[in-house]
Design a binder for this molecule. Structure first.
Ligand code: AMP
Ligand code: ZN
Ligand code: FE
Ligand code: FE
Length: 278
């Protein structure tokens, strides 16, 4: 088999360490099938999937980047900040990730309490934590429990009615503002990148994120039109930001995308490395 002459990287994907059905081995198998040269594991608020994916990739020539997708908030809006090429041994980062696990559990307890007030009885924290297993507990695990219990017909309806930003059981004030997360990623040697800017629509904040140390913008994202990507590409160029992209694959938990659906050239990985201080 000839090697892909223009190697590509998928810089946004999840594993069973957050809310995807894909194991590290599944990720590497999919990356091999797509002839990718590099993947970044970007689980929500955890780097627990990094070492297992590195081990799964051993000997197959696929580079694995240490990364995470950090939760942050601006009032009711969730803003995701990707951190690339983090130093997994950075003590400040490790402490922050431990704290985030606790915050996510307390947040889940509060979401369950709010659901109860909205007539959704009988969900326990233990059930949702059991559903998450080794993963950092999140809204998708809660949604799955609600559907399994027959409380709501499907996951999409759960989000529309109860869990999406600003709806009945969505909890705010749990996560830090993006500025704090950007600073933390920098301290851990990483490069902070604003994830899927076409979702939270915080464009007016981008200059202040840049001032705080933002290094890149996720311009290429599944189902983003050429027009939207071009719009964000221009913003990225204006601020000297690295233009990144990725599939945001979550395995069977997100049918509309898959590993390798959106990729970037390895030159982007080189740019990230140049800005990382790990
Ligand atoms: P959490 O980390 O608990 O805030 O959960 C975030 C994840 O929930 C996202 O990565 C999506 O997988 C899922 N999610 C968030 N909002 C929605 C929505 N409106 N519809 C479907 N899934 C969503
Ligand atoms: Zn997710
Ligand atoms: Fe995200
Ligand atoms: Fe994601």
């Amino acid at each position: 088999m000839t090697k892909n002459p223009q190697p590509r990287a998928d810089l946004h994907l999840h594993t069973i360490y957050s809310d995807s059905t894909l194991t590290p081995q599944d990720v590497i198998n999919a990356a091999k099938a797509k002839d990718l040269a590099c993947v970044a594991v970007t689980d929500h608020d955890t780097i627990d999937g990094y070492v297992p994916t590195l081990q799964a990739a051993e000997g197959c020539g696929i580079e694995v980047l240490a990364a995470a997708e950090f939760s942050s908030q601006l009032k009711k809006k969730t803003v995701h900040i990707l951190g690339y090429l983090l130093d997994p041994n950075h003590v400040g980062l490790q402490n922050y990730l431990v704290d985030l696990k606790q915050r996510r559990i307390a947040r889940m307890e509060e979401m369950i309490a709010r659901l109860r007030k909205n007539g959704m009885e009988g969900i326990t924290l233990e059930e949702v934590r059991a559903k998450a297993g080794i993963a950092s507990v999140g809204r998708p695990h809660l949604a799955e429990v609600m559907v399994e219990k027959g409380l709501v017909k499907d996951r999409q309806t759960v989000f529309e009615k109860y869990l999406s930003d600003g709806s009945a059981a969505h909890v705010t004030g749990v996560f830090d503002e993006p500025y704090h997360v950007i600073e933390l990623i920098r301290q851990a040697g990483g490069v902070p990148v604003l994830a899927h800017p076409m979702l939270p629509l915080v464009d007016e904040r981008i200059p202040s994120f840049v001032e705080a140390g933002l290094g890149g913008l996720e311009v290429f994202y599944p189902n983003a039109s050429d027009k939207i990507s071009l719009y964000y590409e221009k913003i990225a160029r204006k601020h000297g930001l690295i233009i990144t992209g990725g599939s945001d694959a979550h395995g069977e938990n997100r049918g509309w995308t898959h590993i390798g659906k959106v990729t970037v050239g390895m030159d982007v990985v080189e740019e990230l490395k140049a800005k990382s201080t790990k």
